[in-house]
Design a protein around this ligand. Structure first.
Ligand SMILES: [Zn+2]
Length: 346
């Protein structure tokens, strides 16, 4: 039996052998995992044992941000070979479903997703996955970078919804891994300037290393006041809400120009009250995103071309044998931690 990082129940992890379904279907590949990133959702399951309707009621392997090497291919697979380095899209839809057929496979109700109960994740040395959801990594993209494609994909999805035009000015609320990747994705999509707000200065210091990304420190006034100053009172063209904090939605319209666009990326835990009239009177559009569809290739291209450098966002790396310590560290939520990754055994 393979060894895996198992969430037994809230606040109880073990690194142990577990029976996992690992038979290779004809359209699937076997991937030896190299690097797995820890996501906010993994930490949330660890701390609370549930996210909304998804409840951990049986032991579950964590992890859904993976890069690795193909070690076996199913009989019908023509797109990948043994030895290919890949990153893996963790959601598996029914590609014949109605949602899939309109191009929105991320919204297929029958979609299964790694480390979302009852489905196991990828913090184990080998995984079996449909070949069509494994994407070859160019030599210039490392496994650590490849494991960042999954969170970056969320941001590419949001950027696509926002229909950014060259020279747009964007605001990002929240400077966790998603907020920082969102700022980079917005810049790579043509925004001349991206302003980013977070109550923790240390996160903004990381953002400030990048050209065109401007931190909005809390000590300098409200985000709305600072955006007003920066844009001559006009407001930003696009806002990406990446904090998931209910407070972020209060007065959110004040940050935008007339006709501007909000994309809700972060997922609030509880229902959020919003001033719809404040959006209506200035025709501000509100888009939402749930994961992603058809964006992995774009995310890989941005990493391979060097347009997005995720290096400064990987702030901690642990060996698989120390993955419980990695989760305990991630659960502390330290201001200096952005993305913690786990390096799998060779
Ligand atoms: Zn994730």
């Amino acid at each position: 039996m393979p060894k895996a990082l198992v969430l037994e129940r809230a606040l109880e992890l073990s690194l142990r052998e577990i029976d996992l379904p690992q038979t290779l279907a004809r359209d699937a590949v076997r991937v030896r995992t190299e690097v797995v990133g820890i996501c906010g959702s993994d930490v949330h399951y660890y701390k609370h044992g549930r996210i909304g309707p998804f409840v951990v009621s049986a032991p579950m392997v964590l992890g859904h941000e993976a890069a690795g090497v193909v070690v076996e291919v199913g009989g019908d697979v023509t797109t990948l070979r043994i030895g290919d380095r890949v990153c893996v899209e963790p959601g598996v839809p029914d590609f014949t479903s109605r949602a899939s057929r309109i191009g929105r496979y991320n919204l297929d109700p029958s979609l299964t997703f790694w480390a979302t109960p009852p489905d196991h994740g990828c913090l184990t040395p080998e995984v079996v996955h449909p070949a069509s959801l494994c994407y070859r990594l160019p030599d210039t993209v490392t496994a650590a970078q490849g494991a960042m494609v999954e969170p970056l994909a969320v941001c590419i999805q949001a950027t696509t919804k926002a229909q950014i035009k060259p020279g747009d000015i964007a605001v990002v609320l929240g400077a966790g891994p998603i907020g920082l990747l969102q700022a980079l994705a917005a810049r790579a999509s043509g925004c001349s300037d991206v302003f980013i707000f977070d109550p923790q200065d240390q996160k903004l210091d990381i953002a400030a290393q990048y050209p065109g990304i401007h931190p909005l420190y809390a000590r300098n006034g409200s985000p709305a006041a600072q955006i007003g100053t920066a844009t001559g009172g006009w407001g930003a063209d696009v806002l990406f809400e990446c904090s998931g904090a209910a407070a972020a939605f209060r007065g959110i319209a004040d940050l935008l120009r007339p006709g501007g666009t909000i994309v809700a990326v972060g997922m609030p835990i509880d229902p959020v009250a919003m001033d719809i009239v404040a959006l209506q009177v200035r025709e501000i559009a509100l888009f939402t995103v749930f994961r992603y569809a058809n964006v992995y290739d774009r995310a890989i291209n941005l990493l391979a071309s060097g347009q997005i450098d995720v290096g400064p966002l990987i702030t901690g790396t642990y060996d698989f044998d120390d993955s419980i310590a990695a989760f305990e560290r991630a659960a502390e939520g330290r201001a200096e931690d952005i993305k913690i990754q786990i390096r799998m055994p060779d």
